[in-house]
Design a protein around this ligand. Structure first.
Ligand code: PEP
Length: 255
């Protein structure tokens, strides 16, 4: 973390949430963000599509940002069940996650597909959160750095800048498992990502781009993870469903 990168704490609610529980959760976070005059981080929630409109309405004119969990690469057409980046923007979203490992695994999304989705996001005026991360087998083989570097290069949208793109390192084996890499391992990957980005988009943009860590982030490990030199926030799954845990993670970011 450096002064030039404002932390981003992003909650991925995945396929969780009905109005009865999700709206109070979003309401608590919006209120906390608005009362925190000196909030030194940006906060984002990514609800399931069914709640996007209601959460966007609630977050309107608050400092809580709302995003989608995925978007289609096309703007419209015969893609039953899909949502375009333009539709997310139209609804009030500011961000969209692309390339989450659950999408890569469940929907066979390649780097090429993720890149197209990220480009659709940028074209619609959304900030793309591009996810990358190795599987446990890849880590065991000692190829984490190569795998993540290839994913970053393959998934980064054309025209990526620090203002329109965020990269999230999420080791697949750390998601929802309660396990995390060591701090040294996280920092090693993030430093490599920044170097790879510098070669691709220039050192200036790479230095300004926010790199999130995701995978079993919780209040008890957030201070250490958020304090790492090249970690600029978190992408949080399970713990984002509790406003107290999510807020505690946000407050763990160095000021
Ligand atoms: C995620 O799905 O992006 C994630 C990081 O999940 P969790 O925090 O539950 O590991």
């Amino acid at each position: 973390m450096t002064a030039q990168r404002r932390p981003l704490i992003a909650g991925n609610w995945k396929m969780n949430g009905l109005r009865a529980t999700a709206m109070p959760l979003a309401g608590e976070l919006a209120t906390k963000m608005n009362n925190a005059d000196d909030a030194f981080f940006d906060m984002l929630v990514c609800p399931p599509a069914t709640l996007l409109e209601a959460v966007n309405d609630l977050a309107l004119e608050t400092n809580l940002a709302v995003g989608g969990q995925d978007c289609h690469m096309n703007t419209s057409g015969a893609h039953t069940g899909d949502i375009s980046a333009e539709m997310l923007k139209d609804m009030g979203c500011a961000y969209v996650i692309v390339g989450h490992s659950e999408r890569r695994a469940d929907h066979a999304e390649s780097d090429e597909v993720v890149k197209s989705k990220a480009e659709a996001a940028l074209a619609a005026g959304l900030i793309a959160i591009v996810c990358v991360g190795e599987t446990e087998a890849e880590r065991d083989k000692g190829i984490t750095i190569d795998v993540v570097a290839a994913q970053i290069l393959g998934s980064l949208p054309e025209g990526a800048t620090a203002a329109n793109t965020v990269a999230a390192y999420e080791p697949v084996w750390a998601i929802g498992t309660g396990r995390t890499p060591t701090s040294d391992e996280v920092q090693e990957v993030h430093a490599m990502m920044r170097k790879t980005l510098a070669e691709k988009i220039g050192a200036d943009e790479a230095d300004k781009m926010r790199l999130l860590y995701g995978g079993s982030v919780k209040p008890s490990n957030a201070v250490e993870l958020m304090g790492l030199a090249d970690v600029d926030g978190a992408l949080v799954g399970g713990a984002s469903l509790s406003h107290t845990d999510f807020w505690a993670i946000a407050e763990s970011c160095p000021k």
